[in-house]
Write a protein that binds this ligand. Structure first.
Ligand SMILES: [Zn+2]
Length: 78
């Protein structure tokens, strides 16, 4: 079941939803406006990097440094 990104032109609300192909056009959960379907695009590289960085920070807080390269570890532990 594909995940679609939706953007409501009426109220500006953006959200993702799983949509069965048999479903009719989804409506905005905020204002019930009927929406156009947009195929969810893969996260841009910048966003992925930010996600990886935040995961690493979370791991570091938990005391796991295995996500880091040796170089990065030496920076962090300095
Ligand atoms: Zn809306």
């Amino acid at each position: 079941m594909p995940i679609y990104d939706f953007h409501c032109p009426a109220c500006g609300h953006s959200f993702e939803a799983l949509v069965r192909t048999s479903d009719s056009t989804p409506v905005c959960p905020q204002c019930n406006n009927a929406l156009d379907k947009l195929v969810s695009a893969p996260a841009p590289p910048g966003k992925s990097k930010a996600i990886i960085a935040s995961n690493r920070r979370a791991a570091a807080r938990a005391g796991h440094f295995s996500n880091y390269s040796k170089e990065e570890q030496s920076k962090l532990l300095r």
